[in-house]
Design a protein around this ligand. Structure first.
Ligand code: NDP
Length: 457
């Protein structure tokens, strides 16, 4: 009889946990996976997927205006929020089912319930205990709202996906991915949007030109952006709320939404009891192969807080499966990870920002291209697109690529492949463009706009 019930017990059925479970089973491991809330985790249920569906839904309002330039006359149109939410819920249920079936088809035992670690090789779910050679913690994260008077009135992204009715006016607090994405969604759907961010320019860590450009485009679309501004108190007033700002003014809204980051979900899992070390921010500490301070326990995804992105969790899941059951010591490299922010317009980015490149490289050159896309030229839509390359002059390697504009997320994927292959600017230059597209700008930026000495004003 085997020493343990399983070779791997995965806690958490999100992107990373499911990927690791399926691949481990594929390598012949006996795998169980437990999930207490929803299969597919944050991404499928209250993250990437429903968010992108909402983005598509909200963009239609602008497209309906743009079509008149092409000769279309659109009659009376109306929007039904409940229908969008219901259809989105149906789609998510379909995906939940797919996750469940995929795991079973891979040969995993699928357990609905909350798992708690009892000892380095034992997990309890309800009144059942299971032993396992390895345990993987992939429990993800949860929205964080700072505490202040009235903060209990703030909603988070978890609730926004299920609102009964669309607010007339919303205040969004935060300056990260989620804040700008929801600002675009609600603005597109006709909600009056005010966004507040505590420092001088949102999307800290992104390229400065990109941040400034997006702020301008969002303002053009009617979003009321306030920087260096925070809420100190929220009070209920009738069906809505009054927020007091740190400048002393007040602002009224039907809904106040906090997108102020997420925290690793580690509470009550029994981690401290078995000696799994946590970092100061609450994330589980792991080495480059995702092993925790307890050798039989591994962790990955948002709960280790390296890069809170689904494709990163997937890569981490594969790496753990390979390390444990395929005899390959594989890790994950985080330097050239492309990412998209589904703001309106969208951001696509990979590699170093101009600011980071100035610090790390002796000599850099900046190339950029700013334009109005062909599609919009026959419309009243004045949205502009920005594309930018950061080049290390010494090696000619493209070390950063950044874009704000339609389909930026899609367009940055191919650039990331080129950069991962070590493409130089000369390779970009000799690649022939696809005409007429926005993407061709990546290969037609001939003259640098500035070099190492001349930081952007
Ligand atoms: P982020 O960490 O991206 O941003 C949090 C924002 O909240 C920052 O602007 C931060 O400001 C601000 N903030 C933090 N604490 C406070 C506070 N106490 N008071 C006021 N403001 C505060 O978090 P998100 O919630 O937007 O998203 C979480 C993560 O999920 C992202 O980092 C990303 O990795 C992932 N994600 C990815 C998406 C994608 O791939 N498209 C989409 C959505 C999420 P400051 O800059 O000053 O720290």
């Amino acid at each position: 009889m085997a020493e343990y019930d399983y070779d791997l017990f995965v806690i958490g059925g999100g992107s990373g946990g499911v990927r690791c479970a399926r691949f481990s089973a594929g390598y012949g491991a006996r795998v169980a996976i437990a999930e207490e809330r929803y299969w597919g985790g944050t991404c499928v249920n209250v993250g990437c997927i429903p968010k992108k569906l909402f983005v598509y839904g909200s963009q239609i309002a602008e497209e309906l205006k743009d079509v008149t330039g092409y000769g279309w006359q659109v009659g009376d149109v109306s929007f039904d929020w409940q229908k969008l939410v219901a259809n989105k819920n149906d789609e998510i249920s379909r995906l939940n089912g797919i996750y469940d079936r995929m795991l079973r088809a891979a040969g995993c035992d699928v357990i609905d319930g909350r798992a708690v670690i009892v000892d380095p090789h034992t997990v309890r779910v309800g009144d059942k205990t299971y032993t396992s050679r390895y345990i993987l913690v992939a429990t993800g994260g949860w929205p964080f709202v700072p505490e202040f008077p009235g903060s209990e009135h703030a909603l988070t992204s978890n609730e926004l996906f299920f609102l009964d009715k669309l607010p007339k006016k919303i205040v969004i607090v935060g300056g990260g991915y989620i804040s700008v994405e929801f600002a675009g969604i609600f603005n597109g759907l006709g909600v009056e949007v005010t966004q507040l961010y505590r420092r001088n320019l949102f999307l800290r860590g992104f390229d400065r030109d990109i941040r400034e450009f997006l702020a301008e485009e969002m303002r053009k679309k009617g979003i009321d952006l306030h920087f260096n501004c925070d809420i100190t108190m929220i009070e209920k007033k009738g069906d809505g709320f009054i927020a007091t700002l740190d400048r002393g003014q007040t602002i009224e809204a039907d809904l106040i939404f906090y997108a102020t980051g997420r925290r690793p979900l580690t509470e009550g899992l029994g981690l401290e009891k078995v000696g799994v070390k946590l970092a100061d921010n609450g994330a589980i500490e792991v080495d480059e192969f995702f092993q925790t301070s307890v050798p039989s326990i591994y962790a990955l995804g948002d709960v280790v807080g390296r890069m809170e992105l689904t494709p990163v969790a997937l890569a981490e899941g594969m790496a753990v499966a390979k390390c444990l059951f395929a005899g390959e010591r594989q890790t994950v490299h985080y330097d050239l990870v492309p990412t998209g922010v589904f703001s309106q317009p969208e951001i696509g980015t990979v590699g170093l920002t101009e600011e980071e490149a100035r610090e790390r490289h002796v000599d850099i050159e900046i190339y950029n291209s700013e334009f109005r896309t062909l599609k919009l030229t026959m419309t009243d839509n004045h949205e502009r697109t920005l594309m930018k390359l950061v080049v290390d002059k010494e090696t000619d390697r493209v070390v950063g690529a950044h874009m704000v504009g339609a389909h930026a997320g899609d367009l940055i994927q191919g650039i990331a492949i080129a950069m991962n292959a070590g493409a130089t600017k000369a390779v970009f230059d000799k690649t022939i463009g696809v005409h007429p597209t926005s993407a061709e700008e990546w290969v037609t930026m001939r003259e640098p706009v500035r070099g190492q000495e001349e930081a952007a004003e």
